[in-house]
Design a protein. Structure first.
Lengths: 110, 110
DNA sequence: CATATTTATCGTAATATTGCAATAAACAAA
DNA sequence: TTTGTTTATTGCAATATTACGATAAATATG
């Protein structure tokens, strides 16, 4: 059906899945890495940096913005994007709690 | 088009996206959390634990197994699944390197 | 052997995602 | 005002994902 049954999972599980989903495309990974690397905020240079059409980049930026991981400020005709540090940190805490789960060592099989 | 242009991204960026994608569904998050929590490995109890049909769970398990994050050993008619510790650790290193990027503080806007 | 149990696979319907051309919107500069 | 520049939005087409019924495959058990 293409539609996840999110109502049967916990709020936390859905939150993890939402964050992970946005990282589930290499273009968004590349955009974020670029925003981390470049000292000054980036606008449409991302279109040149990454090899995708302008509407496609704009769409990926929208998803990142919607989750709060980046923010953009209008500067004349261009828009300046950068990482939203507070929200990135909050996301990192959620994801780290998931990734750093301890493995119970009593397992019988495997 | 539904098809990501993975050839224009680095191997690392694609790797991160692939790992993230598998976490991008709450059912797979729930399966992994359950495997971490339960001391002895789990088989079809996951179908009861999580409220999805057996073929659906089987499909999600297949994706997790395909990425190497879990492994299953046949035990009579049932299959015992558990976290693949080595591969989980390797994945964690990749994801942590991405999540723990340092933010350059010279940014002008935002 | 016949039957039950457990898991995997197939087929399919519903929905989501990706990508881009075309175009709009907003602003700057001449 | 007209023209250019930059970004967002709309409207598709192609592909992917999710979910599950039906069924197969494998192994127990009677």
């Amino acid at each position: 059906m293409g539609l996840a049954k999110s109502e049967i999972f916990t709020r936390k599980q859905n939150e993890i899945a939402l964050f992970a989903k946005v990282f589930g495309h290499p273009a968004r990974v590349a955009i974020l890495e670029h925003l981390f690397k470049i000292d000054t905020c980036i606008c449409g240079d991302l279109v040149n940096e990454i090899g995708l059409a302008q509407p496609t980049i704009s769409q990926h930026l929208k998803e990142l913005k919607h989750l709060g991981l980046i923010k953009g400020t209008i500067d004349g005709t261009s828009v300046c994007y950068c990482i939203d540090k507070d929200n990135w940190l909050a996301m990192k805490n959620v994801m780290n709690a998931f990734l750093n789960q301890d493995i119970t060592e009593k397992g019988s099989c495997c």
